[in-house]
Design a protein around this ligand. Sequence first.
Ligand SMILES: Nc1ncnc2c1ncn2[C@@H]1O[C@H](COP(=O)(O)OP(=O)(O)O)[C@@H](O)[C@H]1O
Ligand SMILES: [Mg+2]
Length: 264
Amino acid sequence: MLVLSVVNRKGGVGKTTTVFNLSYALYSKGIKTLAIDLDPQASLTTILGFNPDEIESGIDKVILSAISQNDVNFNEIILQTDLGFYLAPSKEELELANVMLTDRFEKEFVLKEKLNDVSGFDIAIIDCQTSISLLTINALAASDYVLIPVELTYLSMQGFDALMNVILEIKRNINPNLKILGILPTKYDARLNTVKRSIKVLESLKKHYNIFPPVKKTVSFDKSIERGKPIFLIDTKSARDACKAYERVADKILEILYDREVRT
Ligand SMILES: Nc1ncnc2c1ncn2[C@@H]1O[C@H](COP(=O)(O)OP(=O)(O)O)[C@@H](O)[C@H]1O
Ligand SMILES: [Mg+2]
């Protein structure tokens, strides 16, 4: 199973939106997809129509079982969504994991160990919380790839170098297998000067990183999230444009999955 984390320590850049739409895009292409909500705010879980308070066991139980007596198997918490793909849901209790795991031996590798029990999926896509917390480090330690959505604003671009340094540090010290799938510019509005400047910065990074075509800014995303429907199922012109951007990311993942299959 390929593991992909969607990471940025800034909020509102489209991490959850990306996991939601990418999971659907891949599932629609016949890929067995597991979305993992590793954010205690449980936005992805909520968008997918589950009430986190009513879910009996979420990813919190799985992670916290690493420091308690009762072992919880990852497979026990997986739910099928109405859209077809599967979800490892989150609950706010997951916040505790950031504190409780601190003293655990090899605290960075709990999720990776737990994912060893999961089978039957081609890909797991992890929605990370808005900080490089111990949970996010666990996600990156378990991942083959990381995808970084960035909003094209001045402050976002200011924080970009620091974010990349953290990711490269994790690669050096915790997970040498971690690769950067790419940078995905989100909420793109070509009319704004700040966006134009940000795009120039990204252009200059092209030799280091794969920069995906941007996802345009459109209110269709708000509609999509409110209705719990991926952007692929919203019938407006701007939604169709946004689909194309997510299709490109999905195609890149398909290439990697296909390449893996051919080699094994
Ligand atoms: N391309 C886009 N255009 C317009 N709004 C977007 C776009 N991508 C995401 N959004 C909106 O931005 C808000 C924050 O997105 P979200 O995915 O929750 O960010 P994060 O998970 O990084 O905090 C949501 O209301 C979502 O509908
Ligand atoms: Mg989010």
